[in-house]
Every structure is written in structure tokens, then in C-alpha cells.
Design a binder for this molecule. Structure first.
Ligand code: HEM
Length: 171
């Protein structure tokens, strides 16, 4: 591995590289930032932040190739369906990536797996965007597809395009 963003490892190999503690730190760092955030704070359940932290942590551990606690507790992730009650527009997506990115940068995870995690989260965040920010905007660059297929079928260049912002054509 050379840490180059073109050579992301498959998500399923990340757990073996970083271990459980690093993923705990990553998700704890994200949730420590949520309550004070003006966009995300109101979306998360104030009385069950610890439960929300556990759900995201278990999901990432499972998805990155670790123990399948998430599946045992929650069943199939169905993340689009589970995020449907929340209005996730480009602003919410960007804020989510900002808070998670800050936690990732502070996590001590080395560059190869760190950037693979960032790319995976960005793909899923795009996949979960379910509101248009402005009439005429396209949801983050095109039709919604499962993030696995985005990564495999279109590769890094397309992923970069898909996660970059498009200027709104309307005044
Ligand atoms: C795009 C911005 C996102 C927003 C605004 C958002 C918001 C939320 C909210 C409000 C919840 C409910 C908290 C709870 O009670 O569990 C939630 C749950 C969850 N989110 Fe997100 N999320 C985003 C992106 C992501 C991403 C990128 C992932 C995975 C890589 C993810 C994975 C999850 C999981 C696993 C749950 C718990 C599902 C369950 O089992 O009920 N979310 N999200």
C-alpha cells in the first residue's frame, strides 16, 4: 500500500488493518461533535446518543470486515430506508463528512486505511442523500446507486466527480 488515493483497499479489509479500538475512537469522536452542531445536532436523538453511537460503530465494524454484531442486533442494514425519516440534503451530507473527517483526522489511523475509510463514508453519504438542496440541483452528481457498485463500476475518478459540488444553475 502506498497511501495514494488511487489505491484504496476494499472496505472489507479495513478492520484487519486498524482494529476495533480505532473504529471506536472514530465513531466516539464523531458523536462528541454532533450535539453542538447546528445542522446535525437537531437530527439525532438527544436521549439515545449512546445507542446511536453503538449502532454506527457496530455497522462500521461489520462493514469493514469485523464481528457481525450489527447484523445480529439490527438485521440487514437497509440504510436508505433507515435514513428516510431524516432530511439529508447536500448541506447535511457535507456537515456529516466534515464532522466525521475531523474525527478521522484525529483518530491516529494511518493514511492508507484512513483514506479508504474516508472514500467509503463519502460514497455512502452520497447514497443516503435524499433531498435536493435547490430546485434543479442533481443529487451529488447523478442517479443514486449502491456505493459498492459506484466504487467497483466507476472507480476513483467518478467517485471524485460524484462527491464534488456542482454549482446551481439557477439564480
Ligand atoms: C449523509 C449524512 C448522514 C446523516 C445526516 C445521517 C443521520 C443519521 C441519523 C439522524 C441517524 C439516527 C441515529 C440513531 O438513532 O441511530 C442515523 C443512523 C445511522 N446512520 Fe446515518 N447519517 C448520515 C450518513 C451516514 C453514513 C455515511 C453512514 C455509514 C457509512 C451512516 C450509517 C448509519 C447507521 C448504521 C445508522 C443506524 C441505523 C440503524 O440500525 O437504525 N449514516 N444516521
Amino acid at each position: 500500500m502506498n497511501g495514494d488515493t488511487e489505491s484504496h483497499d476494499a472496505p472489507g479489509t479495513i478492520f484487519a488493518q486498524v482494529g476495533e479500538d480505532a473504529l471506536h475512537r472514530l465513531v466516539a469522536g464523531f458523536y462528541a461533535r454532533v450535539p453542538g452542531d447546528d445542522v446535525l445536532g437537531p437530527m439525532y436523538p438527544p436521549a439515545d446518543l449512546a445507542g446511536a453511537e453503538e449502532r454506527l460503530r457496530d455497522f462500521l465494524v461489520y462493514r469493514f470486515g469485523g464481528p457481525q454484531r450489527y447484523i445480529a442486533r439490527r438485521g440487514h442494514p437497509r440504510l436508505r430506508m433507515r435514513h428516510a425519516p431524516f432530511a439529508i440534503d447536500a448541506r447535511a451530507r457535507e456537515r456529516w463528512m466534515e464532522l466525521m473527517g475531523a474525527s478521522l483526522d484525529a483518530s491516529g489511523i494511518v493514511v492508507g486505511p484512513r483514506e479508504a475509510i474516508r472514500a467509503f463514508l463519502a460514497d455512502v453519504a452520497t447514497f443516503l442523500t435524499n433531498r435536493l438542496a435547490h430546485p434543479g440541483d442533481r443529487p451529488q452528481g447523478g442517479p443514486l446507486r449502491h456505493p459498492g457498485s459506484v466504487t467497483r463500476a466507476r472507480g476513483h475518478a467518478a467517485r471524485t466527480r460524484a462527491t464534488s459540488r456542482r454549482p446551481c444553475a439557477l439564480p
